[in-house]
Design a protein around this ligand. Structure first.
Ligand SMILES: [Cu+2]
Length: 184
């Protein structure tokens, strides 16, 4: 029957679309699924009365707690380390003990391994107390930044879009080449 031919063709078309969608999602999502730093205590750019005895960094996903996966540097204005022990991973949080009471701008450089296995890193500052230097330590930030992984994500996404476009083009060509045997 004519209608069954049309149904079959639209079913094939739908299947191909779903397949291409899955391929694209499968290729693109790992590259864009890095966790992000979603909050810190004390908050970035904030001024607190006094430096607490620990800093808390909260991420959007559960972090890998393998040995060496996490590194946090906490530096005062003169680039002196304020860390007081190793960072502790607690699910989505990194808790970094620090020497309480330091004054001035505090720079926090962090690196963690995201739940998708990719290292991510960043830096922020806040100010503790009122008597300290307003100039942050200008030590070179952690080398391993997220910027290294991001272009790869874009390349993969572009490839994915290319695959979908090529698939769509081939499909259109295939459908157009079919003789018009289902005309009403
Ligand atoms: Cu990732």
């Amino acid at each position: 029957m004519m209608s069954s031919g049309i149904n079959r063709r639209s079913r094939i078309r739908a299947s191909i679309a779903v397949l291409l969608g899955l391929v694209l999602a499968g290729i693109a999502s790992p590259a864009f699924a890095h966790d992000e730093l979603i909050g810190t205590e004390p908050a970035a750019q904030s001024t607190v009365e006094a430096l607490p005895d620990e800093l808390v960094l909260t991420f959007s996903g559960v972090l890998l707690d393998d040995a060496g996966a996490t590194a946090v540097a906490v530096l005062d204005a003169s680039c002196t380390s304020l860390t007081a022990g190793d960072p502790v991973i607690d699910g989505t949080k990194v808790i970094q003990p620090v020497t309480a009471g330091a004054d001035g701008v505090v720079t926090v450089q962090w690196r963690v391994v995201s739940s998708d296995g990719h290292p991510i890193s960043g830096e922020y500052t806040f100010t503790a107390g009122e008597g300290g230097s307003a100039q942050a330590c200008d030590a070179a930030p952690d080398e391993e930044t997220d910027a290294g992984a991001f272009p790869i994500g874009i390349v993969i996404a572009v490839l994915g879009v290319g695959i979908v476009a090529a698939g769509g083009g081939a499909l259109a060509l295939m459908l157009r080449r079919r003789p018009a045997q289902h005309e009403d």
